[in-house]
Design a protein around this ligand. Structure first.
Ligand SMILES: O=P(O)(O)O[C@@H]1C[C@H](O)[C@@H](CO)O1
Length: 304
């Protein structure tokens, strides 16, 4: 066991090992990481929550907190971006046992896609069956306003067009099937529940349902890219989430996704406006209370 831990640490810089083939962490390695974490905390989580840019305030909702920094977990990718604290928080939320990721790692930070999704498999082997993913995103849909919350109903996997998919590489059936379906990834029942809770909270005016995409980042989209995304039916665009959702669905988790529209995408060539991370974090600060209330109401209502 001890040497396995050393190997996980040694492979910590990349999921790509020396022979050029893609070798994600093995089932045994993921199991070792999960068991190692569970030895450190009392909580046995059923819900996983991933917080997007500036949305780590969701962690304030958790009581009886037990906190582990990502840097203390072998193999975990460490977040390097403002608005991503890099802490794993265990505890109680609305009577449910949760593990919350305060921040995530992204492709543009230089991590392999298999590595940024490792935490999802670790969650699965810790007992998590429901994953709530959140992100900050630019509004592509012209009817969206800054501050809207979009319940994700589907995604458009742009990195997948270039064979960037976390499920590439050897498949271990203990995680899931070689060829998983990606349609229906965003649980219909959870989406209905989210809409119902939004209505009860009086959030109808700024809660939407739509299609999310991610590009690789870190540059924001060009005008032509935004126009293209609009044409194919995308409503919001970001730099994360899809790899996590693919891995979660592969291992049988049920998924709810929420995008906070932090900025409007630029669709005019001569526009003087520019997307920027300060605006993203500012909008996240403005909407954090609403997002917290919605997420808490949804967790409370989900029965597992
Ligand atoms: O982690 P998320 O997807 O919420 O972060 C978005 C995408 C980039 O990391 C950043 C750009 O402002 O926010």
């Amino acid at each position: 066991m001890r040497s396995l831990k050393r190997e996980i640490l040694a492979s910590g810089l990349s999921a790509l090992k020396g022979n050029g083939n893609i070798e994600p962490h093995t089932y045994e390695e993921v199991e070792t990481i999960a068991n190692d974490i569970l030895e450190k905390v009392k909580c046995r989580p059923q819900f996983g929550i991933i917080c997007g840019s500036g949305l780590g305030g969701l962690g304030d909702l958790v009581s009886n907190k037990e906190i582990i920094p990502y840097a203390d977990i072998p193999g975990f990718p460490v977040s390097t971006v403002p608005g991503h604290a890099g802490k794993l928080i265990f505890g109680d939320l609305e009577g449910k046992k949760v593990v919350l990721m305060q921040g995530r790692a992204h492709l543009y930070e230089g991590y392999a896609v298999q590595r940024i999704t490792l935490p999802v498999r670790v969650m699965k082997l810790m007992g998590v069956s429901v994953l709530i993913v959140t992100n900050a995103a630019g509004g592509i849909n012209p009817e969206y306003s800054v501050g809207d919350i979009m319940i994700i109903k589907d995604h458009f996997n742009v990195p997948g067009f270039a064979a960037v998919n976390p499920l590439i590489g050897p498949n271990d059936e203990r995680f899931g099937p070689r060829f998983p379906a990606a349609s229906g990834a965003y649980d219909k029942e959870f989406r209905e529940l989210a809409k119902q809770k939004a209505k009860e909270l009086g959030y109808d005016a700024f809660v939407r349902e739509g299609v999310y995409t991610c590009l690789g980042g870190p540059s924001y989209e060009t005008v032509t890219e935004c126009r293209f995304l609009r044409l194919v039916g995308v409503d919001s665009t970001g730099m994360s989430t899809i790899p996590e959702v693919l891995v979660a669905r592969h291992c049988g988790m049920r998924v709810l996704g929420l995008s906070l529209i932090t900025n409007k995408c630029i669709v005019e060539h001569d526009s003087k406006a520019f997307a920027n991370h300060e605006e993203v974090l500012e909008t996240a600060r403005m909407r954090t209370n609403h997002l917290q209330a919605l997420a808490a109401a949804i967790v409370k209502a989900i029965k597992i």
